[in-house]
Design a protein around this ligand. Sequence first.
Ligand SMILES: Cc1cc2nc3c(=O)[nH]c(=O)nc-3n(C[C@H](O)[C@H](O)[C@H](O)COP(=O)(O)OP(=O)(O)OC[C@H]3O[C@@H](n4cnc5c(N)ncnc54)[C@H](O)[C@@H]3O)c2cc1C
Length: 475
Amino acid sequence: MSRHRSSEEYDAIIIGAGIGGLVCGCYLAKAGMKVLICEQHHKPGGYCTSFKRKGFTFDAAPHCFGSYREDGIMRKILNDLGVDSKLNIIRANPSDIIITPDFKVSFSNDLEQTIDEFQNNFPNERNLRKFFYLLLDTDPQSFSKLRRITFRELLDQYFVDEKLKSILSLPFFGIGGLPSFLISAFVGAKLFSEFLLDGGYYPIGGMQALPDALAEKFKEFGGEIHLSTLVKKIAIKENKVTGVVLQNKEYIPAKYVISNCDARQTYLKLIGKEKLPKEFYEKLNNMIPSFSNFLIYIGLASSFKPKFNPGSVLYYFTTYSIENIYSSIKNGNFKNYCGLLLRVSHDKSTIFAGIPVIYKSKKYWKNYKSLLLETFIEKMKICTSEDLLEHIVHKEAATPLTLEKYTLNYKGASFGWSSIPSQFGIPEFRRPSFIQNLYLTGHWTTFGVGISGTAYIGCDTAKILLRKGKMKSHG
Ligand SMILES: Cc1cc2nc3c(=O)[nH]c(=O)nc-3n(C[C@H](O)[C@H](O)[C@H](O)COP(=O)(O)OP(=O)(O)OC[C@H]3O[C@@H](n4cnc5c(N)ncnc54)[C@H](O)[C@@H]3O)c2cc1C
């Protein structure tokens, strides 16, 4: 990998090699731009990475992705970039299973089968088909109506059974950490259709295979990627970006700077409070991040036999009370959290589990990390195997501090900003009017979350920039 020469100017520098940064970089480099990605970690991927421990490969955070159906955005992007050919993508069937004290409902790869399963469990409900097809409706008119109401209000319009309404709300605690009475119906419907009705896609080899393939493609398109390279400042002159300054004080000039890292870091540290209009600064300070996660990684003996389909994501809950679940997260009462998001890997060698949590101090985690690890392993027995403990070869946990340390995401927030209606789609966060040639991309832009959401934003950011028509190939 050739290092930078100071006199060189890039068309664009992207700060961060998360999925958003990599996809954006690929589109720009493919269009002939001279692009550099600076990534502070020693591997690409951001949250979407894998690590090895005691012979096991663990996915650090995301464990599958969505929107890879025939007309799905993720398929379109990977196709456009020619990354598909570098990956072997499989899909779990069912992709997701919700387990509660009275029900077990699965999201099959075949939508009609999913609807039938819900109908068999809730024979008196008349609107199940209508509801699922509404979630998949891409007509902007029917979808825009959803902006005005919460997901809970949408459920109330379609269903009577309170248990069904809870079951359809529980997965949000795994994909964003919000209760249905707070999440906008628009975001909820999008999350539902992209994560549950078209979810469960997995690259063989581990989630790391996805950013690795994107990084490889980026270099094939002529892009440069510098790993273990922390950006310390975005250089600005007369309200226009001029480049970036690295930790070693090296200045690298560029016409455009695209930040894939967290919005607070971008604006408050890399740019500086003094360069922000007061109103913008206040807005930024009042924004609420999404919950983080307490994560459990378990390595298993080959004799382990799981109860449910390996590869499927399990949402296991012992209560239907969305209010109680939410308040136990919000109040930091994690030990009493009544749920688990869990996935036994396709080859049955590992278990990944996540519990939404708020940010706590180092001291807190020092005291409670082991206790929570053991408490939740005990809870896992019922949805994995009663003799789980006998098959555990390795176990470890990660806290919000771990997530923050490896990605610099503010408070280890799993999905950028919280997806409450007031925090959705704020253009200024993505393309500030007060600094020219600065763009943000990724899950802190308020325009989308998750792997497919950030891939979409990465692609869209590149398109906006290319449309400006100012970029001419250097080669
Ligand atoms: C526990 C957990 C589980 C999840 N599960 C799923 C799932 O199953 N499916 C799904 O679709 N989504 C899931 N998500 C969400 C998904 O991982 C994220 O929404 C997505 O990966 C965000 O990508 P990004 O490109 O916006 O940012 P990030 O992945 O955060 O990447 C930002 C990059 O910027 C780098 N960086 C930051 N500051 C600097 C700097 N100053 N200089 C240089 N580099 C810098 C970071 O090191 C990082 O690589 C999960 C998230 C978590 C935490």
